[in-house]
Design a protein around this ligand. Structure first.
Ligand code: GLU
Length: 425
């Protein structure tokens, strides 16, 4: 019987420490009491399960599944499930806390949670992934629930996996419960606009920031790291709004064209090429994919993984604006240098909150038993993203802090006030 060894924490910075450093600064600025600080610092619930799965070879492999509920103060926990080879508890704890802050920043009635299974979905068959998803769901049957904890897609999972989750949960309850999960396929109660929602929110917050910085989108250049759901939608929508996307990247490498990359061509190529940009001829491949982060562009959108802008490369970042499509792409130790260089960073908990906002709309529609038009979904999510941006911008002026700390301040203040009203034991 094969057993996957726990992955070591990456040699980079620990995402939980990065989250806590910002949390500590914001808590201090807000003058948060020690009592409330301790409530918000510690995750409300952490569940770790072993999932023995029969692989196609007939061998049984045991996977570790994690679900962390950081907070349910504002409402049921909300947050995606990540299938990735380097998932570890500290990362999931950080991601769960980021969901708490993210939901609070956009003012939707959810707490924060996150799930993860350490596995490599790229090397697994659809059948193996399905068995893993169903086993994970059944192990978490008492954790999940439309009023308790509502999962969604994250890295390595998508609508297909959410359909299996909904089906497994529904079977166990003897009735169809579509509001238990969001990011579902449309026919199962998914929402119009959910697929592009995170990329759309990135576009809305990028434009709002560009207005403040007086950058004309029609004269701006942009590099996007990551060409999955978030990166490809952000590229498409930013290109539509006039920006020239000069670089994109994915697992196969980074591709650069100073005349601009035709994003629709790149997407069509990726879709016809097993999901990667390998061999894409609309741009030149950079010798080191990390060079993308150091290009002389106006806007940089890291939309892949955590910890890519770190103390090691932050000095070389030339963008005027960073809009974080990924969760945790900038390590806390890089923050000061970003600020010293006068770069505006629209933080993850604001910039990528469009996804969970439309997840909320999906849940609302499921509970209403009704479907909204794409136009209604987009109009309402754009409004929420703009309001959230403006609130954070105002807080950054009021407290004289960068946008990242301002976003934490807005979020922590809301959760702390709610906790104070609700009270503990
Ligand atoms: N995984 C996404 C995120 O990190 C979406 C979460 C959700 O829709 O619940 O924001």
């Amino acid at each position: 019987m094969a057993y996957i060894e726990p992955a070591p924490i990456k040699d980079k910075e620990n995402p939980l420490e990065s989250m806590m450093e910002r949390f500590n600064i914001a808590a201090e600025k807000l003058g948060l009491s020690d009592e409330v600080y301790n409530v918000l610092k510690n995750p409300a619930k952490q569940v770790i399960v072993s999932l023995p799965i029969t692989m196609d070879s007939g061998k049984i492999q045991v996977f570790e599944g994690i679900r962390v509920i950081h907070s349910n103060i504002l409402g049921p926990a909300k947050g995606g499930i990540r299938f990735a080879p380097d998932v570890h508890l500290d990362e999931v704890r950080a991601l769960a806390a980021w969901m708490t802050w993210k939901c609070a920043v956009v003012d939707i009635p959810y707490g924060g949670g996150k799930g993860g299974v350490r596995c490599n979905p790229r090397e697994m068959s659809a059948g193996e992934i399905e068995r893993l998803m169903r086993a994970y769901t059944l192990s978490m049957i008492d954790v999940f629930g439309p009023d308790k904890d509502i999962p969604a897609p994250d890295m390595g999972t998508g609508p297909r996996e959410m359909a299996w989750l909904m089906d497994e949960y529904s079977k166990a309850h003897g009735t169809t419960v579509n509001a238990v999960v969001t990011g579902k396929p449309l026919v199962l109660g998914g929402s119009l606009g959910r697929t592009e929602a995170t990329g759309r929110g990135v576009m809305v917050s990028a434009l709002a920031a560009m207005e403040k910085l007086k950058i004309n989108p029609f004269q701006a250049t942009c590099a996007v790291q990551g060409f999955g759901n978030v990166g490809s939608w952000a590229s498409t929508l930013l290109e539509e709004r006039g920006l020239k996307i000069v670089a994109v990247s994915d697992i196969s490498g980074a591709y650069h064209n100073s005349n601009g990359i035709n994003i629709q061509d790149a997407i069509a190529y990726r879709d016809s090429n097993n999901g990667t940009l390998e061999g894409f001829t609309g741009a030149e491949k950079l010798s080191d994919p990390m060079e993308l982060l150091e290009l002389d562009v106006d806007v940089l959108v890291p939309a892949a993984v955590e910890d890519v802008i770190t103390i090691k490369n932050v000095e070389k970042v030339k963008a005027k604006l960073i809009v974080e499509g990924a969760n945790g792409p900038t390590s806390a130790r890089a923050d000061n240098i970003i600020n010293d260089k006068g770069i505006m960073a629209v933080p993850d908990i604001l910039a990528n909150a469009g996804g969970v906002t439309v997840s909320y709309f999906e849940w609302v529609q499921n509970r209403l038993g009704y479907k909204w038009t794409a136009e209604r979904v987009n109009r309402r999510s754009d409004r929420i993203m703009k309001e959230a941006f403006n609130n954070v911008y105002k807080a950054s002026i009021k407290y004289d802090v960068p946008m990242r700390i301002a976003a934490y301040i807005v979020a922590i203040d809301k959760v702390a006030k709610t906790y104070t009203y609700r009270g503990g034991y």
